[in-house]
Design a binder for this molecule. Structure first.
Ligand code: MRU
Length: 354
C-alpha cells in the first residue's frame, strides 16, 4: 500500500516529490517539482490530484517560490514571490477549495510573524513557510485517520458499497477520506464489497481507486459510470461513499463529475449517500453550491482514450470536471470531528465550531 502520494524532500532548499498519478496503475513513477511552473503543470495535468493533496502540494509550492531568494533579498521581495506563486497555483484548479485554503494559511502565518517581528531574516521566513506546510501535511494525514474512525460504523458486514472517483491515499497526505473509512472497516475485520465507478473521462476510479483497494486486499469491482443505476435497481449496492472538493455553508458539495447522478440514483433507491471530507474542504464563505466555481477541462480528455482518438475530429465537447450535489441528497457528511447527519447551514456551522 502506498504511504503517501507526495512528500517534501530536504530542508528549505529541497523539493516536492509526487507519485505521478497520470502513469498509474501501469507505472509507479516519482515526479520531482523544483519550481512553481513544474508544480503548476503537475497540478493542472493531474499528476497530483484530489482536493487535500493539491492543498498540501500548494503549501509546499510556497517553499519553492522563495527558496532561491538570497540574503540580499528583502522581506518585501519574499512576500511578493509568495503572493505571485499563490495566484499562479490557485489558477491551476479552481474547484478544490483546499488549494487556496492551504496557501492562505501559510501566507497568513508568515504575515503575522513578520508583523510581530519586523527584523525577521529571510531564512527564518523560509523556515516558517516550510514548517507550516509540514503542519498542513501532518494534520491532513491525521484527519484522514479520524475520518476513517468516525465513518467505519456506517459500513456493515456484507455491505456492497459504491464509490466514485478517487478519495483515497492518492488524493490526500494520509490514507484518504472515503477510502480511509473502507480501510478502517477492513482492518476491523468487516467483509464488504466495493464497486468503483470507472469515472470518465480520466478514469480515477478504475486506475486509482481499484488499484488502492486491491492493494489493501479489499474486494473491489470496477463498473462503467452508466451502470450504477442498474446495480442499485438490482439491490447490488446498499451504501455510497464519496469525497468532496468543496462544501458550501449549506452542505451542497462539489465532487467529481458524475457524483450528482450517483446521489440522485441513491435517493431514488433509498440508499444512503455519504460524503467524507476534512474541515478544510468546507467553504463557509459561500452560501450554497451555485457559487462553487466549476473547472472546465480540455476536450481531448473526452475525445481521446490515451493516444487513441474516439470521437470525430472537430466535434464540440463539454467537459466540466465537477458537479454539485445538493445537501438534501446527502445522508451524512463525515469529517475528522465526527458526523453531520442531514447537513444544513446550522448543523454544519455548529459542527465546525467544535
Ligand atoms: O479531478 P480530481 O481527480 O482531482 O478530482 C478529485 C475528486 O473529485 C475527489 O473525489 C475529491 O477531491 C475528494 S479527494 C479526498
Amino acid at each position: 500500500m502506498i504511504t503517501s502520494a507526495l512528500k517534501w524532500v530536504g530542508d528549505t532548499d529541497g523539493f516536492l516529490e509526487l507519485i505521478d498519478q497520470r502513469r498509474l496503475p501501469s507505472d509507479v513513477v516519482m515526479l520531482k517539482c523544483r519550481n512553481i511552473e513544474q508544480l503548476f503543470d503537475a497540478i493542472k495535468s493531474l499528476a497530483v490530484r484530489g482536493a487535500p493533496a493539491i492543498g498540501v502540494a500548494g503549501a509546499y509550492g510556497l517553499v519553492l517560490s522563495i527558496q532561491k531568494l538570497n540574503n540580499s533579498s528583502d522581506l518585501k521581495m519574499a512576500f511578493a514571490a509568495l503572493n505571485k506563486a499563490r495566484e499562479r497555483l490557485a489558477s491551476s484548479r479552481p474547484t478544490a477549495v483546499n488549494l487556496v485554503w492551504a496557501m492562505d494559511r501559510v501566507v497568513k502565518k508568515v504575515e503575522r510573524f513578520a508583523a510581530d517581528k519586523p527584523a525577521t531574516d529571510l531564512q527564518t521566513l523560509k523556515d516558517i513557510v516550510l514548517n507550516e506546510a509540514n503542519s498542513i501535511f501532518q494534520e491532513d494525514a491525521a484527519m484522514c485517520l479520524r475520518i476513517g474512525e468516525n465513518g467505519q460504523k456506517f459500513i456493515k458486514q456484507g455491505d456492497s458499497i459504491l464509490t466514485h472517483c478517487n478519495a483515497g491515499a492518492l488524493a490526500t497526505a494520509g490514507r484518504g477520506t472515503a477510502l480511509s473509512i473502507m480501510f478502517e472497516a477492513h482492518e476491523k475485520g468487516k467483509k464488504f464489497r466495493v464497486y468503483a465507478d470507472e469515472t470518465r473521462p480520466l478514469l480515477q476510479g478504475s486506475r486509482l481507486t481499484a488499484w488502492e483497494l486491491k492493494q489493501a486486499g479489499i474486494d473491489v469491482t470496477i463498473i462503467c459510470d452508466n451502470m450504477a443505476g442498474w446495480l442499485m435497481k438490482q439491490g447490488k449496492i446498499n451504501t455510497v461513499f464519496t469525497g468532496a472538493d468543496r462544501i458550501a455553508a449549506n452542505g451542497d458539495a462539489a465532487n467529481k463529475i458524475g457524483t450528482y447522478s450517483v446521489a440522485v440514483l441513491a435517493k431514488k433507491h433509498n440508499i444512503p449517500f455519504h460524503i467524507a471530507a476534512p474541515s478544510s474542504t468546507f467553504d463557509l464563505g459561500i452560501k450554497n453550491g451555485s457559487q462553487i466555481p466549476i473547472e472546465q477541462r480540455p476536450a481531448q480528455e473526452v475525445t481521446c482514450l490515451g493516444d487513441k482518438i474516439i470521437a470525430p475530429k472537430g466535434v464540440d465537447v463539454y467537459n466540466p470536471a465537477f458537479d454539485v450535489t445538493e445537501a438534501a441528497l446527502i445522508t451524512a457528511i463525515i469529517t475528522e470531528k465526527g458526523v453531520i447527519e442531514n447537513p444544513d447551514t446550522d448543523s454544519i456551522s455548529e459542527h465546525l465550531r467544535q
